[in-house]
Ligand binder design. Structure first.
Ligand code: UGA
Ligand code: MN
Length: 432
């Protein structure tokens, strides 16, 4: 018997009085309405909840755009109070521009260069670096930003929940081939923080289309952990060894030079155009710096935060022209800049006979830039005439290598055995 009929039966037994018949019918109708409304609103709650779950599964669209405007995720009040919320981001980058087909190039000893699809080694949850389907962009762009933006997005009336999502509405470029490629040369070396640094950097680079990452390790042989990291790294990359000779090891010796030079030699063979940028593995990069340097014609420069006691190293710009340098350590350098503070056009680099970086501690940048024979007045100031800091020379506190894990069953027969392979232990250099 249906539940309502059952109730009707029950009621009719209880309400024997003839005059209460109409009241009875009224109550049954009311009961049906209440049940109906309850079911519909329950359904709505379930639908809204599942939509939120889908939203959370697309961090590229929700979290990325929120962060891009300095807005903590999902907090409308924080958005209203945060002065950064009015900051206008570069209109040229959106997740929509992340290279749709991504090729890895990993070079290893005893292995020929291999090309792989980015998605092949990614777990299904690895998210937005999987070549995005056009439909997902359409869905993201459909919710238009309600804040003012320098992009072509047209503000539209949106309800309160939609205000949490900021999307730059723009045409998806059919191909990135027109965009100069950015070659990022990153020196790295074995230490406990190495994979953590590379992870952090890679996840910034994932936001940049048409970029090739040269991960150059200063080691006698590739570090297993780094190769494993690159196996699941969706940024197009090449791994190279750039071993520093023993005489360049130790205190007051240049760091990362052998690596950068190995990267430059690779570029000389493999690149004809594009832009070169030296990105140490421990610095902090706003993804917009890569959009800035992409237009470099010869040599571009821009401020770097947290350098020396002055807190910043920057070209001094007046009327759009570079007229000097602000840096805590001038030391007679013609170009007193940080390694992270300039980019070089590949064609220009090749025309200038592809110089390498000198092993001259403190003068690596200056020596390299002087070898390019660029006049200071020809340098292209970026980041809105060097008014914005989009890269910081950060340092990570050094962690001691871990104590060795015992070879007991508790390690070898549990998850610890897997973690073991991802750690740096106290043992002689190159043996882990
Ligand atoms: C500063 C400059 O920013 C570097 O560009 C410059 O190479 C270095 O000083 C120097 O002249 O010695 P800093 O932050 O002090 O950099 O140095 P690190 O971050 O320790 O090293 C710079 C890069 O070289 C990093 O990417 C690091 O991973 C790599 N490195 C460091 C090596 O490849 N091998 C090493 O033995 C040490
Ligand atoms: Mn550093």
């Amino acid at each position: 018997m249906p539940a309502s009929n059952c109730l009707e039966h029950l009621w009719s037994g209880m309400l024997s009085h003839e005059g209460t018949q109409r009241r009875k019918e009224g109550m049954v109708a009311l009961f049906r309405t209440v049940v109906g409304v309850g079911m519909v609103s329950g359904l709505l709650v379930v639908l809204l909840w599942s939509e939120q779950q889908v939203g959370l599964k697309t961090p590229a669209h929700v979290h990325f755009h929120a962060h891009a405007r300095g807005i903590p995720d999902g907090s409308p009040s924080a958005q209203a109070e945060d002065p950064e919320a009015h900051f206008q981001m570069s209109e040229r980058l959106s997740v929509a521009q992340v290279s749709p087909v991504i090729t890895h190039v990993t070079r290893r000893p005893n292995a020929t260069t291999s090309n792989r699809r980015a998605s092949s080694s990614l777990p299904p949850t690895a998210g937005h670096q999987t070549p995005p389907k056009p439909t997902s962009h359409v869905a993201a762009s459909a919710v238009t930003s309600s804040s003012s933006s320098s992009s072509s997005s047209s503000p539209s009336s949106v309800n309160d929940s939609q205000k949490l999502v900021f999307t730059i509405d723009q045409t998806i470029p059919s191909s990135n081939s027109a965009m100069p490629k950015i070659y990022v040369i990153t020196p790295t070396y074995r230490r406990p923080e190495q994979v953590a640094e590379l992870t952090r950097l890679s996840q910034t680079l994932m936001l940049v289309p048409n970029l090739h990452w040269l991960v150059v390790e200063d080691a006698v042989a590739p570090t297993r952990r780094v190769l494993a990291f690159l196996d699941s790294c969706s940024v197009p990359h090449t791994y190279l060894l750039g071993t520093a000779s023993r005489r360049y090891k130790g205190a007051n010796k240049p760091r990362g030079v052998s690596n950068r030079n190995a990267g430059l030699k690779w570029l000389k063979v493999h690149a004809k155009e594009g832009v070169i940028y030296f990105a140490d593995d421990d610095n902090t990069y706003d993804y917009r710096i890569f959009q800035e340097i992409r237009t470099t014609k010869q040599v571009s420069m821009f401020p770097v935060g947290l350098v020396t006691q002055l807190g910043v190293s920057s070209p001094v710009v007046s009327d759009g022209k570079l007229i000097g340098f602000y840096d805590g350590w001038i030391a007679g350098r013609k170009f007193p800049v940080d390694m992270a503070g300039f980019a070089v056009n590949v064609q220009f680099y090749l025309q200038r006979n592809a110089p390498l970086m000198p092993y001259n501690v403190g003068f690596e940048e200056d020596g390299f830039l002087k070898a390019l024979k660029i006049k200071p007045e020809d340098i292209e100031p970026l980041a809105d005439n060097c008014t914005k800091i989009l890269v910081w020379h950060t340092r990570t506190v050094k962690t001691l290598p871990a104590l060795k894990m015992p070879d007991t069953d508790k390690v070898t027969k549990t998850n610890l055995n897997h973690l073991k392979s991802q750690m740096v232990f106290q043992m002689p250099y190159g043996l882990s």
